[in-house]
Design a protein around this ligand. Sequence first.
Ligand code: GLU
Length: 254
Amino acid sequence: MRITIKVGSNVLTRKDGSLDITRMSALVDQIAELRNQGHEIVLVSSGAVASGRSELKHIHDDLDSVDQRQLFSAVGQAKLMNHYYDLFREYGISVGQVLTMKEHFGDSEHKKNQENCLRVMLNNKVLPIINENDTVSITELMFTDNDELSGLIAQMTESKILIILSNIDGIYTGNPADPESRLISIVKPGKDLSDYIQTTKSSAGRGGMQSKSSVAAKTAAAGISVIIANGKRDNILVNLMNDRDNTPCTEFLI
Ligand code: GLU
């Protein structure tokens, strides 16, 4: 089964903003296991800006937000890929970097080229690791966030499932910090969740639960099941695929 997995910045960074290599390594172990079980994986990974920011701590203050994004992503993306390359290599898995932009998903030659690139990688058992090209996607050229990108990638690669990993178990019936709130495990097609969704966003990434929920609903409507789960939980990916009923998550049915 082909699965697109999106890993958010908050899963990959520690509280102080530095890259959490232990977590990356645990996720790589699980992806390797899923490949061994016969699944084909496409990875959409955030974390470039966060990892660049922690690398260049001393120069935050005098840069505007565009300069920061360009500088941090240029440095951070290289650092992120270096880690993935080394970690996957331990398992003999070849990885390739795909940096993309909104215009590559319109109706154009760009889209065909993008599709072809992903196809040739998958056909040759190279695991695509995809991120937005944050060095040149600025303001209105940007995706809302990598959640939006992961929905488009799942459709482009004709994945069966999209797993969106964040630092929370899924969508709750209220504020997740409130003990009265319950995790919504199943969302049927057409179900309106707007009353439940909190508008607060995670500190490291651009997306929030609102964007995850709307991407999930759209992607499920296109025939791909979507699961939102907590990437900080041990063995989450393997458990989602092998024992979903006993694993906390929100699943959007098709
Ligand atoms: N592409 C950004 C990064 O790698 C993250 C965008 C998002 O937060 O969704 O840092």
